[in-house]
Design a protein around this ligand. Structure first.
Ligand SMILES: Nc1ncnc2c1ncn2[C@@H]1O[C@H](COP(=O)(O)OP(=O)(O)OP(=O)(O)O)[C@@H](O)[C@H]1O
Ligand SMILES: [Mg+2]
Length: 352
């Protein structure tokens, strides 16, 4: 599996561009480069790139500030235009499967098959039942092309396109492994969306992205406190610091909105439990910028009745170069998980 060199992980989010580069060392993977460039608010709206030149410039700046010379990158897409499903098919060779997969996708993916790119991973072969389990993934080609074109305009060479939910799982697997006897959820909560990934028997069993995240909190604080967006964002960041003085109404708004987000997440967890045959989710791990807000983890924990932990991405990844901005890594750890997961992808990978 581990062939070729690692790619530069490029996470294009609604509020910022994050880039990471890892290298193989004797002790395992080490972080050698890191870049972070905030985006103006209207650059990307509802996952659509509204200001291509601003985004191209941000990408270039992330590479130059991070002192990254390599141009081979892994990107990710996410949101409502990406779908994954666990399906069961009769046992067949990989070659047969490659021929058959479009047809399988047509039966399982609620998009017009002409508009999507389809990929799959074999989760388990069960010769005794004559069946195999696959993870089928479909992403709308428009969105992939948008991001790939932007990357090319920034003089980058995209070799891999992943989805947010899986990149975070990759990182988690590297740090902690995927215990085969546990069913747990990893949820990346950004500014405009939350990507839910439920891992069961050591593989992803369900993903869903919901269109809700940190921006909704800022919006509601702005409305409640009659504050500007910037002031509301500042109040929110303050409120994430333990013990910081926060006006009571802001604290209340945060509690209420976190509970709304938690309720929406819980609906997905309940759907999974009702349809998968699994009886419980034992733990929830959070990544993404909004994971920094303790109120969100608490709200999710209350709804799901399990413990919630925020992932610090570099548990097993050392800092290997003086160019890495350690302060950035410390401040923005949870926000860098998608980029770090992408940076684990390689230029040559083989299908399992
Ligand atoms: N300390 C903090 N407390 C609360 N919220 C925070 C904190 N740090 C960052 N955020 C919020 O996290 C969000 C940005 O996180 P992230 O970088 O993961 O999102 P993104 O990738 O830009 O967006 P998306 O994934 O929706 O495209 C913003 O809403 C920001 O306000
Ligand atoms: Mg994101």
């Amino acid at each position: 599996m581990a062939e070729g060199k690692t790619l530069v992980g490029v996470d294009i989010g609604a509020t910022s561009v994050k880039v990471c580069q890892l290298k193989e060392t004797r002790k395992g993977l080490g972080l050698v480069r890191l870049g972070f460039v905030p985006l103006e608010r209207q650059t990307i709206v509802d996952r659509h790139v509204m200001n291509a030149s601003a985004l191209v410039e941000a990408l270039q700046r992330a590479f130059s500030e991070g002192k990254i010379r390599d141009r081979d990158v892994a990107l990710s897409v996410s949101g409502q235009s990406v779908i994954s499903r666990k399906i069961t098919v009769p046992i067949m060779t990989t070659q047969e499967l490659d021929e058959q997969i479009q047809w399988e996708a047509e039966n399982h993916i609620p998009f017009d098959i002409k508009d999507v790119n389809v990929d799959y991973e074999i989760l388990r072969r069960r010769p005794e039942a004559g069946q195999m389990d696959l993870l089928l993934v479909a992403a709308k080609r428009d969105e992939i092309n948008d991001y790939v074109n932007i990357a090319r305009q920034a003089k980058l060479k995209p070799l891999v396109v992943d989805i947010d939910a899986f990149t975070v799982q990759n990182l988690f697997e590297y740090n902690r492994g995927l215990p085969p006897d546990q069913t747990f959820a990893i949820i990346n909560v950004g500014a405009t969306q939350a990507s839910i990934n439920i891992v069961a028997r050591g593989a992803s069993a369900f993903t869903r992205d919901i269109a809700n995240g940190g921006n909704y909190l800022t919006e509601q604080i702005a409305r409640q406190a009659s504050a500007s967006w910037e002031q509301a964002e500042e109040l929110k960041l303050q409120a994430s610091q333990p013990g910081a003085p926060v006006p009571a109404e802001v604290a209340q708004t945060l509690e209420a909105v976190c509970d709304t987000i938690a309720a929406e997440i819980q609906r997905s967890l309940d759907f999974f439990l009702a349809t998968s045959g699994e009886d419980r989710i034992s733990r929830i791990y959070l990544t993404g910028g909004t994971a920094n807000l303790p109120q969100l983890g608490a709200a999710i924990g209350r709804r799901a009745r399990v413990s919630v932990e925020v992932i610090q991405p570099t548990e097993r990844i050392g800092i290997e170069a003086k160019e890495v901005n350690a302060e950035l890594l410390r401040q923005r750890g949870p926000q860098l998980c998608v980029a770090l997961g992408l940076a684990m992808r390689r230029s040559k990978e083989q299908r399992r």
